[in-house]
Design a binder for this molecule. Structure first.
Ligand SMILES: CC(C)(COP(=O)(O)OP(=O)(O)OC[C@H]1O[C@@H](n2cnc3c(N)ncnc32)[C@H](O)[C@@H]1OP(=O)(O)O)[C@@H](O)C(=O)NCCC(=O)NCCS
Length: 179
């Protein structure tokens, strides 16, 4: 199995019902594709991903998202493989490893056309592996309580759930990553 953090720059070929995709780390030249991908999301997908309404992905924010800090940021995409002339991004998984606690916060989005095929689980598995490579001891994320798909996906991967007393609409899921 291939390492997910760019040791093989060509990435990993993944099958989907709409054709082959490439799973690879995000790149600085993905800005336009990331913005196009954001524009295709429904309001509910955006709310589930960001936990609140976000209407626009400005260029400077997209640039920052395409250049995660190599010391603590990990971002993986599912993208059309070469020779696509304007490849589209169909899914993104990212994590930030807190250098002080070595706990990694994750976020995931799989565009609706590609859901229900195991791609979200695959991205999470690759993200978890990348977090381990960075020395993370735990991975966690906040999920809206009505987001049954994500809660189930996390449960299948062994995450445990904790309702937030400060916000009953959010469930914190976490998975210890023992060495
Ligand atoms: C949640 C999300 C990531 C799931 O992606 P996906 O590629 O469909 O996930 P998978 O196909 O790997 O599904 C994994 C498991 O999740 C569950 N699941 C997936 N879609 C589901 C649905 N619509 N309803 C209930 N459970 C669902 C299933 O238990 C599935 O297990 P199975 O393979 O045994 O059926 C995707 O729907 C998404 O991006 N939603 C919007 C953004 C979001 O919610 N992000 C998470 C916030 S961190």
């Amino acid at each position: 199995m291939q390492a997910p953090t760019g040791t093989k720059p060509l990435g990993e070929r993944v099958q989907s019902s709409a054709g082959d995709l490439l799973l690879r780390p995000i790149r600085r030249d993905d800005v336009a594709a990331l913005r196009r991908g954001f524009a295709r999301l429904s309001a509910e997908e955006v709310r589930f991903r960001f936990l609140h309404p976000v209407t626009d992905l400005p260029d400077d924010m997209a640039r920052a998202l395409c250049e995660p800090d190599p010391r603590c940021g990990i971002a993986l995409v599912l993208i059309d493989p070469p020779p696509a002339s304007a490849p589209e991004i169909h899914a993104v998984a990212r994590a930030h490893v807190d250098p002080a606690t070595l706990c990694a916060e994750f976020a995931l989005i799989v565009q609706q056309r590609y859901t229900g095929q195991g791609l979200g689980s695959l991205l999470m598995q690759r993200l978890i592996a990348a977090c381990r490579t960075r020395g993370a001891v735990e991975i966690w994320g906040d999920v809206l309580v009505e987001n049954g798909a994500m809660l189930e996906l996390c449960e299948h991967l062994g995450f445990t759930r904790r309702t937030q007393w400060s916000d009953r609409g959010i469930v914190r899921v976490n998975l210890p990553l023992p060495p």
